[in-house]
Every structure is written in structure tokens, then in C-alpha cells.
Design a protein around this ligand. Structure first.
Ligand SMILES: NC(=O)c1ccc[n+]([C@@H]2O[C@H](COP(=O)([O-])OP(=O)(O)OC[C@H]3O[C@@H](n4cnc5c(N)ncnc54)[C@H](OP(=O)(O)O)[C@@H]3O)[C@@H](O)[C@H]2O)c1
Length: 322
């Protein structure tokens, strides 16, 4: 089969489009023929060797895709060949991927492979932060950093659907219209404006109840300043570098909390995972959750797509077509 393969750590230049052995079934797995593969910012960490999971050379990048099940191990009873599915799991930049059955989600009939590929990581990450790690609802305010990106634009819509006031941040004016169109009440360019000052103004000095922060160093400390009493800041990435160390004593005065989230641990909690999958597919069916596609590339051009997501100019999800 054709795949993107890399044999040394580095940037987009280490990825090579070439022949690679097709994966074989193992107990508890299925083989998926990938129709559409989605890119995650984490893929850029994976090929650099700085992601949670480390590569085993020669390795294939990629963490999610949508396609059709080609083969099913005898001990997997709930999935059948021919089913349209999406999944979260390593090695998706290829024509075929072997994936653990628990990582597979059956796609609703009406959902395209493009939306199916764009959904799992961005949408489940956003949903769990808003509804598993927190319980956002009407009367609350949320800052979504990098709101035009994959997780960001999902979070804007899910927070809005829950009735919250949503403040999105972006690093350039060109992304502002998209974030407004997808439901944000306010959008701040955090490169040219102090987002903490603006958020305090927008909430009449009270501050925001929840902040979703995967930027890190440039946003973390300012975020603490504009949290409301009992507010909550969730750290789920560090695209802009590691935040400064924080003393727990700094949380006392406003009774605020800081927590972390990684979507990769959620599979160990089947009921919580099921609840999220049902909720996000329901929102999609109701027309309240769609992920904009910021670009679609042939699989062979994965390096080009990585350069785009690293440039900070991409919006929504970038897709690869095998
Ligand atoms: N913990 C988890 O389970 C989990 C799951 C998925 C994603 N994530 C994290 O969530 C973030 C978003 O992921 P995504 O795949 O949806 O990507 P994305 O938001 O579509 O693209 C990355 C965005 O990060 C922002 N960014 C901020 N500082 C940056 C910098 N110094 N260099 C490059 N980009 C920078 C950019 O938006 P602006 O310039 O507009 O801010 C850029 O568009 C990433 O940090 C990722 O690692 C975590």
C-alpha cells in the first residue's frame, strides 16, 4: 500500500510518500481502508519526537481517519466488513490502518467521510473539556483560544449549543469572520490586543468562567488574571511553548482551578466516551456542529499540509486523500 513514512525525527521534510507493507489483522482489531485522513497539530509533534506517543522507525504518522472496514478479527463481534467508520489511532497517513475495535466509531448514515474524519479528535476533545471536565451552560462565559483551528471551532459551536457566552481568540484578523460565523459572541486578535483586558471588559469586570488553552506560554498567566471567581482553566496543549510553573497558592484568592485534558485517555472510560459520541453526533444531526474544512490535499502532499498548519494560517481541519 502507499503511505507517508518517516525514519528520522524532524519537520515536514522527513515525511516520504512510498510503498509500505499493508497491516495484518491481530486479535481485537479491524483493518480500515481510509477514505479521508485528518491532520492534527499533534502530528507535527509526533514526527519531531515530542508527542506523548513516540515513533518506532520506520513509522507512519497520523491519528485519525474515516473509511470502510475491510476485515475484522474473529474476536471482534460488534463490527462488520463494509461498515462506514471513523477512528482515533496511530498510523492513519496510509491507504489502510489496523485499529483496535474500541477506537472505532460507526458513522451516522448522513455523515460524509470528510466530516467523519474531521470529527473524532477535534470534536471529542472540545466536548469532553466543556462537558466532562467542566459543565458549561447558560449564563457562563468561555474563552476558546485559537478558535479558528480544529479543536477551537468545535469548542465554539459546542459551548454555544450549551448556551454559554463564547469569546474566541485568534492570531490574525483574517480568521475572525469564520469564528463569528460559527457562533462566537466576540472574537479577539490576541496578537494585537490584550485578551485578558478585553475579556474583563466584555464580562463587566467579573472575568470568564472557563478557558480552553492549548497555546500555553503566551496565554496561560494572562488567562489566570481574567478568570472569574471559581473559574476553571483547562490546559490541553502548548503550541506556543510551555507555560511558566504555577504555585497552587496562586489559585486561592479567587478560588480558581487549573486542570489538564488528553483525549487519548478517554477510551478507558467506555460510558463517558459513549455519552460524548452520542452527544456530538446528535449535535451534527441537528445542524449545530459542522467542522469547516480548511484544505484538502492528496496524501502524497502531507508535508505541504503540515507546513500550512504550522504556519498558523490554517483554519478548521486539513484533510488528506489517499
Ligand atoms: N490534549 C488533547 O487531547 C488534544 C487533542 C487535540 C488537540 N490538542 C492540542 O490542541 C491544539 C489545537 O490542535 P488542532 O489539531 O485543532 O490544531 P489547529 O488549532 O487547527 O492548529 C494549530 C493552531 O495553534 C495556534 N498556535 C498558537 N501558537 C502557535 C505557535 N507558536 N505555532 C503554531 N501554532 C500556534 C494557531 O492558531 P492561532 O495562531 O490563531 O492561535 C494554529 O492555527 C494543539 O495545541 C494541539 O496539540 C490537544
Amino acid at each position: 500500500m502507499k503511505a507517508i513514512v518517516f525514519e528520522r525525527l524532524g519537520g515536514p521534510e522527513v515525511m516520504e510518500y512510498r510503498e509500505f507493507p499493508k497491516p495484518e489483522l491481530r486479535a481485537g482489531t479491524v483493518i480500515v481502508k481510509n477514505h479521508v485522513i485528518a491532520i492534527n497539530y499533534g502530528d507535527t509533534f509526533f514526527i519531531r519526537g515530542t508527542y506523548l506517543v513516540k515513533p518506532l522507525f520506520p513509522d507512519i504518522p497520523g491519528m485519525e481517519a474515516a473509511g470502510v472496514i475491510e476485515a475484522v478479527a474473529p474476536d471482534v463481534t460488534e463490527l462488520k466488513p463494509g461498515m462506514r467508520v471513523a477512528y482515533i489511532g496511530m498510523g492513519s497517513y496510509a491507504e489502510y490502518t489496523r485499529i483496535g475495535a474500541s477506537r472505532v466509531m460507526v458513522l451516522p448514515e448522513e455523515m460524509s467521510f470528510e466530516q467523519g474524519a474531521a470529527f473524532p479528535i477535534a470534536v471529542l476533545t472540545a466536548w469532553h473539556m466543556l462537558h466532562t471536565c467542566d459543565d458549561v451552560g447558560a449564563g457562563q462565559s468561555v474563552i476558546v483560544h485559537s478558535a479558528a483551528g480544529g479543536v477551537g471551532i468545535a469548542a465554539v459551536q459546542i459551548a454555544k449549543a450549551a448556551g454559554a457566552q463564547v469569546i474566541g481568540t485568534v492570531s490574525n484578523d483574517a480568521k475572525m469572520e469564520l469564528v463569528r460565523r460559527f457562533g462566537a459572541d466576540h472574537v479577539i486578535n490576541y496578537e494585537t490586543q490584550d485578551f485578558a483586558e478585553q475579556a474583563l471588559k466584555l464580562t463587566n469586570g467579573r472575568g470568564v468562567d472557563l478557558i480552553l488553552d492549548a497555546v500555553g506560554k503566551p496565554t496561560f498567566e494572562k488567562g489566570l488574571k481574567c478568570l472569574a471567581p471559581f473559574g476553571h482553566l483547562i490546559v490541553f496543549g502548548r503550541a506556543g511553548g510551555l507555560p511558566e510553573r504555577l504555585s497552587p497558592m496562586a489559585l486561592m484568592a479567587k478560588s480558581i482551578k487549573v486542570s489538564g485534558f488528553a483525549v487519548t485517555m478517554i477510551y478507558a472510560f467506555r460510558d463517558i466516551h459513549r455519552r460524548a459520541v452520542d452527544a456530538v453526533f446528535r449535535l451534527a444531526r441537528e445542524g449545530r456542529l459542522t467542522i469547516p474544512i480548511g484544505g484538502s490535499f492528496p496524501l502524497a502532499q502531507a508535508a505541504l499540509a503540515h507546513r500550512l498548519i504550522e504556519s498558523r494560517r490554517s483554519t478548521g481541519k486539513l484533510l488528506l486523500i489517499p
